[in-house]
Each structure stands twice: as C-alpha cells, then as structure tokens.
Design a protein around this ligand. Structure first.
Ligand SMILES: NC(=O)c1ccc[n+]([C@@H]2O[C@H](COP(=O)([O-])OP(=O)(O)OC[C@H]3O[C@@H](n4cnc5c(N)ncnc54)[C@H](OP(=O)(O)O)[C@@H]3O)[C@@H](O)[C@H]2O)c1
Length: 262
C-alpha cells in the first residue's frame, strides 16, 4: 500500500483523509495542519468524527522531523501557498515526492519552486486543478484551438464565495492553453464569479460570426479533487522531477498523436 501524508486538513484535505482511510490501496501515515492551528495534537480519526486511529495531526513546522521518523511515499498537499516553501524544504532531505494541489502562487513562487524541485531532485506533480475531467478538457481545448484559430474564445469560472484567488488557477491554465495555439496577440478573456457553494464550474465558449461551441466542466463534489490527487500520488511515487496532470494522465502523448491528425 502507498504510504501517504496529507498536508492541510481543511475542506479538501479532510476528504483526502477519509478516502485514504477507506481505501485498501493507500495507507495514511501522517497529517499536517497550519502552525498554531487548534487541530494540532488531535487524532485524525477523532477529528473526522470516527474512532481514533493513532495518528496525530502535527503542525507543518514539524514535518521534517515527522518524515525522518515515519515512512511516507508521497505527500498530498491541499493547504495554503504561504507554507509551500516549508513543505518543500521538509521534503528535500528524504526526497519525498509531493502532489501539490494548493493554488495561489505568484510568478516568483513558481520560479522558486521549479528551481528548488529540479535542484534538489524531488518529485512533484503541480496540479492547480487536479480533477481528471479538467485535465482531459485542457488537452481537448488545445486541439480545438489549433483547428479553429479564427474563433473568439473566452473562459468563465464560478466558485464558492470563500475562494480567495481570482481568477482561479484552472481558468488561467485553460486560457493559457488556448492562447498558446492562437495567432500572436489573440486574447482569451476570463470572467470570474464568486457565489454560494459552487465547488468548481469552468466554461469555455468559442464563437465565429456563424456558430458557437461551449465546453463545460463542473465538479459536483470535492471527491473529484480527491480522486485526481490519489491517481497523481500513485504516479509520482518513486519519481523525481516536475510534472503536471497531463503527464499523470498521459495526455501529452495523446495530444501529439492527435495533433498529427488535425
Ligand atoms: N488543485 C485543485 O484541484 C484544488 C481543489 C480544491 C482546493 N484547492 C486548493 O487547496 C487549498 C486548500 O483548499 P480548501 O478548500 O481545502 O481550503 P481550507 O478548507 O481553507 O483548508 C486549508 C487548510 O490549509 C491549512 N493552512 C495551512 N497554512 C495556512 C495558512 N497560512 N492560512 C490558511 N490556512 C492554512 C488550514 O489549516 P487550519 O484548518 O488549521 O486553519 C487548512 O487545514 C487552496 O489553495 C485551494 O485553492 C485546489
């Protein structure tokens, strides 16, 4: 069984914990929370309103020490971008691979992370949207844009009213993937909506003067994130280097083959 540590035990991290505890493919070996969080010191099972399981939620600042004492094949992270450097520095010593699902990174953060991962030979899946469906949509859009470069493209994203990063990392990634295939100077505007309890809704619309195509992805439940994160964890175990979900799903290979056919 793959031994997994979970960093960030909020809304999504808690779903990851539940899925791992219910799985026979994964074993939970550690869990981490924010520094000075009231969750520190609680048993994971008790925190999830289940029976105690003998694993205590520890502060992220203790991660390096925990990784030295506890076997961990992969860390799955759904926490906060302000603690990612602490997380990666802790993983460096034991070359523990990471599935990084946290969002909100600046360009400077991205440069630091890519350099740190390559330099220290850590394995990392960078997954600002980890759902399987969005990543297949991403690959499909590249082919659509390649085939219809004269159409006008736009992205609309809707998320729950507590999501802080605007626009979403996924919307930016969809727009960039389309933009890369369009003639220089073509813009892909993004509209962001924050409303109620939306888990995640992304629509790409493309239109000419005479016709329209609309492609929508919607996550119904946080389990969509969990499923993708666990697939990515199995992929990155034992690897080094920087990967994305298209690598995890083998989409780069499929796209290259399909591009030859367009
Ligand atoms: N890649 C994807 O597909 C995907 C999907 C869903 C969410 N996300 C991202 O994953 C992250 C967590 O999302 P969520 O909805 O689970 O959020 P959440 O419920 O607010 O959980 C955040 C977790 O991170 C911890 N944390 C650590 N350092 C923190 C800090 N400096 N400030 C605030 N919290 C901190 C929190 O600790 P305490 O509980 O102790 O406060 C909590 O356990 C976000 O970046 C979100 O955008 C990505």
């Amino acid at each position: 069984m793959l031994k997994v540590a979970v960093c960030g035990v909020g809304r999504t991290g808690s779903e990851v914990l539940r899925a791992i505890l219910d799985s026979d493919r994964f074993q939970l070996t550690a869990a981490f929370c924010r520094p000075e969080s009231e969750k520190a010191g609680r048993d994971v099972g008790e925190y999830l309103n289940r029976n105690n399981i003998g694993i205590t939620i520890r502060e992220i600042s203790q991660m390096e020490q925990v990784l030295a004492e506890t076997p961990v094949d992969v860390v799955i992270d759904f926490s906060n971008h302000t603690i990612t450097k602490t997380l990666l520095r802790a993983c460096k010593k034991h070359r523990t691979p990471v599935v990084l699902c946290t969002t909100g990174f600046s360009e400077a953060d991205m440069l630091w992370m890519t350099d740190f991962v390559q330099h220290n030979k850590i394995g990392l899946v960078f997954a600002p949207n980890v759902t399987l469906g969005v990543n297949v949509l991403l690959a499909a859009l590249k082919l659509v844009a390649r085939a219809l470069p004269s159409f006008d493209y736009s992205v609309t994203e809707t998320h729950h009213n507590k999501k802080v990063d605007i626009p979403s990392g996924t919307a930016k990634k969809l727009a960039a993937a389309i933009g890369d295939e369009l003639p220089a100077g073509a813009e892909v505007p993004i509209t962001a909506i924050r409303a109620g309890g939306y888990v995640g809704l992304h629509t790409v619309m493309l239109a000419s003067d005479y016709e329209r195509i609309s492609l929508t992805h919607e996550s119904f439940s946080r389990r969509a994130f969990v499923e993708g994160a666990l697939v990515a964890a199995e992929f990155i175990a034992g690897k080094t280097g920087w990967y994305d979900m298209e690598d995890v799903l083998g989409m780069h290979m499929i796209q290259n083959a399909a591009a030859d056919a367009v």
